[in-house]
Design a protein around this ligand. Structure first.
Ligand code: ZN
Length: 251
């Protein structure tokens, strides 16, 4: 029998749930899964592949489906860093407008874009989502009433993708899936005991101001992002840019 190859084991704390996990780097078999998903080039295949790879490589018994998206993305980023390389090079095009050379009449040709390709180097291990000091698990509408809420999980997004309907419907479904209950001074109505239709009616009857509070919860959700310096050697243009979302770190 051929010898078994030892692989290193890494530890990681997930930023939102604060769970500690151990993982091994992904191997040729997992890279194959990923490549096949990327060839298929649809969001569903990529989600399935990422889930499968995380399940394979995570050495602790955790339910990937139930983790918030940001934890999943953070885990995948670290897995990628330990398996392939910590540094990724992301090509960005310089869109700075520079004056064109004058034409034969001496009038400058209208401004054109620089177009230089700058490779931005990012260390994946330097990316840490900004988490809130305190865990946010409720949205208060007034002193007497509010929502119990949690961040969207992998499973919720996956299920919403599969449902029929417009993008607005899908977003509403994710939102409703994130509501764990409605609390009042006296009691808590848990979502699992309430028909989806009734919850939808409840949300649709919120005031603009109340709905904005829900919006704010999602807008301030810790995200995978990194600010980097963009410097163009060709035209001297400089800008701080923010790279956001898991897929932006892979080209
Ligand atoms: Zn430039």
């Amino acid at each position: 029998m051929l010898p078994k190859i030892d692989v290193p084991i890494y530890e990681l704390q997930l930023p939102l749930t604060k769970k500690n996990i151990r993982f091994r780097p992904f191997l040729v078999k997992e890279e194959k899964i990923l490549l096949m998903a990327m060839e298929a080039n649809d969001a569903d295949s990529v989600i399935v592949a990422v889930k499968q790879i995380l399940n394979n490589c995570c050495l602790d018994d955790i339910n990937i489906d139930e983790l918030p998206i940001t934890d999943i993305e953070f885990m995948f980023l670290n897995l990628r860093a330990r398996s392939v390389s910590e540094i990724v090079e992301l090509p960005y095009r310089c869109n700075n407008k520079i004056d064109g050379l004058p034409d034969e009449t001496g009038v400058p040709i209208s401004q054109r874009e620089c177009g230089n390709i700058v490779n931005l180097e990012v260390n994946l291990l330097d990316i840490h989502p900004e988490t809130h000091d305190k865990k946010i698990d409720r949205i208060e509408f007034n002193e007497a009433m509010g929502l119990l809420i949690k961040y969207p999980s992998f499973k919720m997004v996956e299920q919403a993708q599969k449902q029929e309907g417009s993008e607005v419907d899908k977003l509403m479904n994710i939102l409703i899936a994130c509501i764990e209950g409605v609390y009042t001074e006296e009691t808590i109505f848990y979502s699992k005991d309430i028909p989806q239709k009734e919850m939808m009616d409840f949300i649709e009857n919120l005031t603009r101001e109340q709905f904005n509070k829900i919006q704010e919860f999602f807008d301030t959700m810790p995200k995978i992002k990194k600010e980097v310096d963009f410097n163009c050697a060709k035209c001297g243009y400089h800008e701080k840019i923010t790279i956001e979302g898991l897929q932006s770190f892979f080209v």
